[in-house]
Design a protein around this ligand. Sequence first.
Ligand SMILES: Cc1cc2nc3c(=O)[nH]c(=O)nc-3n(C[C@H](O)[C@H](O)[C@H](O)COP(=O)(O)O)c2cc1C
Length: 290
Amino acid sequence: MIELSTGFKIEIMGASGTFGFNKGYLPDRILSRIGYLDFSAIDVVVTKTMTRHPEEGNYVWYKPWGSIRFIKDGIVNAVGLTNPGIEWWCREVGPKLDSLKIPLIISIAGNANEIKEMALMLNKFKNIVAIELNEGCPNVCNNFQDTEEVIEKIKILSKISIFPIILKLSVVHQPEKIIPYIEDFIEAISINSVPWSVAFPNQENPFKRYGIEECGVSGKIIQSHTWSFAYEISEMISIPVIWPSVWESSDIRELKKMANAKAFSFGSIFFYPWKLREVLNKIGQNKKDS
Ligand SMILES: Cc1cc2nc3c(=O)[nH]c(=O)nc-3n(C[C@H](O)[C@H](O)[C@H](O)COP(=O)(O)O)c2cc1C
């Protein structure tokens, strides 16, 4: 469990893209309603990343396989930043925050000016748990070397936002060039999917035929990448890391024991409901027993 400066505690976080912009995607809502999935173990959910203006991205409902694919022990996605824009969220979701079943962290991405504008717009909703700055999206951010820009955006965000800040990085970032400069401004670090070119060098990505050059791999299959990155960061600083790529309840046990992990994000496991059920039930059981 980690505790934000506001006192909000997080052990289990639904990662961005798993729950839509407010109350979850329809299949999960149905599975929750019929009692197959019990989301009470999830402390908070991160919205799908939003931008200052609506973005088409690569996802279209009538052809989901054009941007999302199942692979063994994981998911590959090239969804990009498909989203209706922050103004839509402020109009349609923000005013109803109190009635949502799970508290929300808002994920945003953009240039420094857009981040500033979005932070100002979000300030009027008092019940947001935190803002997550998405700097690690493999199919959108292509210049992971520009560490100065990440630092600048975090500083702007921390100056303007009234909420705790979480920075979402990619395993291809060089954390030593970013984190020492922003340690005072962020409260946790989360980790995005791994670029296909890093997970499977020399293999063509499944969306190449649609002209998509890069995409993100997530799930058990990338644990070696995300966990070693998380470990590297947790050795470097005292700011908590939210560990990704949980695939079964034993992962949580192992990470707590081996790496003293205190918080976990659930990403692609949402696409494998029987696995999600196993992990959620186990957490629920442990809570009851303790
Ligand atoms: C279909 C899909 C959509 C995603 N959309 C976003 C997004 O909008 N913003 C973001 O920061 N991460 C997004 N992600 C990445 C996840 O939040 C998570 O960081 C990633 O899947 C790694 O965690 P995992 O190994 O536990 O799945 C998405 C992942 C998937 C599979």
